[in-house]
Design a protein around this ligand. Structure first.
Ligand code: SF4
Length: 347
């Protein structure tokens, strides 16, 4: 993989502290006004958390179009073969963030592209792939399809044969792939209620939920299903046998960027305590733009915030129910929660 594929995202760092990689083989191609072929990324907003999508901003800088469904017609969608095979070329075991500039399960990506990505993930068994999607339904249906394992093994065989790669004994795939962590992103209870049950119904060796940007409180423990059963997503049991799958890893982070929305400390603390009680790995990625106030910045950079997410720009009049947050910027805000850096990773 090339230097520019190195990512500074903390949750893909290896145990030895070395940086992880992002892997973006899916490409949106268009011919611009000058007749030049442009290779960009494409995605589409799913919910409120996508409003300040970092990938969309980066894509715009590279000459890509806004992440809107209307732009599907402006592209042809391709898979970059060189990029696709990069994990196979990298020998050092690495944590790899799949399709960090899009969503592998966006409806516009043909299923045969996804087969090829899973084939490479299976072949590159020495890496750990982290696959976040806000389209958990398409992924569940894809991975639950009775022919899928076979499709992926055939795709792997085609890649092997066309590239003249030697056969590795480890290529007899275990299913689900043991080196792929399937995950979804949620920013509030409503999104968690919609996405987490689908993630738990998806074949996966391990499951991660990224609560980033965290825009409201989320209770991952007591979730009532339509049938009247209460399921604890962190303990993975509802009192019946066999126990249902659980979330193995939770990542929490605040939003960054000029228009960022603050994350109330109580939301992050509550998730940390839920994880602790259930023995689930907890990773605190960042505060983002705002952190609990140290009153070090000039007046006007502070806001008063309630646990319900209500924000007032008059922190000098603070009600007991309010916390003062300060716009420090992502770097200065850092990633300590109550003085501790949480870097847990599932085993
Ligand atoms: S799904 Fe992810 S990449 Fe796509 S628009 Fe939303 S935040 Fe951006």
């Amino acid at each position: 993989m090339r230097r520019r594929d190195v990512t500074k995202i903390e949750w893909v760092r290896s145990h030895d502290g070395s940086e992880g990689m992002s892997w973006n083989a899916l490409r949106a191609i268009r011919i611009d006004e000058d007749g030049k072929r442009r290779s960009a990324n494409h995605c589409e907003h799913v919910n409120e958390a996508c409003r300040f999508c970092y990938a969309e901003k980066l894509n715009a800088r590279l000459g890509g179009l806004p992440f809107k469904p209307g732009h599907r017609k402006d592209y042809t969608f391709e898979i970059d073969e060189k990029k696709l095979l990069e994990p196979l070329r990298r020998k050092k075991p690495t944590r790899i963030f799949c399709e960090s500039m899009s969503d592998m399960f966006g409806e516009w990506w043909p299923e045969e592209f996804i087969d090829q990505e899973y084939a490479v993930m299976g072949m590159a068994h020495w890496h750990t792939f982290i696959n976040l999607s806000k389209r958990p339904k398409r992924r569940r249906d894809y991975l639950n399809s009775p022919t899928k394992r076979n499709d992926i093994e055939l795709a792997a065989e085609r890649i092997r044969a066309s590239k003249g790669l030697a056969v590795s004994p480890k290529w007899c795939f275990q299913w689900p792939l043991p080196n792929v962590i399937e995950g979804t992103s949620v920013s509030c209870q409503e999104e968690a209620d919609a996405f987490v049950p689908i993630l738990l119904d998806t074949p996966a060796a391990l499951r991660v939920v990224s609560a980033e940007p965290l825009l409201g409180p989320i209770d991952f423990r007591h979730n009532w299903q339509p049938e009247g059963i209460c399921i604890d997503w962190l303990k993975g049991c509802n009192g019946t046998e066999p126990p249902i799958p659980r979330i193995d890893w939770l990542i929490v982070g605040g939003e960054s960027g000029p228009s960022a929305r603050p994350m109330h400390p109580a939301w992050a603390r509550a998730i940390r305590e839920q994880c602790k009680a259930a023995g689930v790995a907890f990773f605190f990625k960042q505060w983002g733009e705002f952190a609990p106030s140290t009153f070090t910045r000039r007046l006007g950079q502070q806001i008063a915030m309630t646990e319900h997410g209500k924000v007032e720009r008059r922190p000098e009049i603070i009600a007991p129910s309010e916390t003062v947050m300060e716009r420090l910027g992502k770097k200065a805000a850092g990633r300590l929660l109550d003085g501790v850096e949480y870097n847990e990773f599932p085993r």
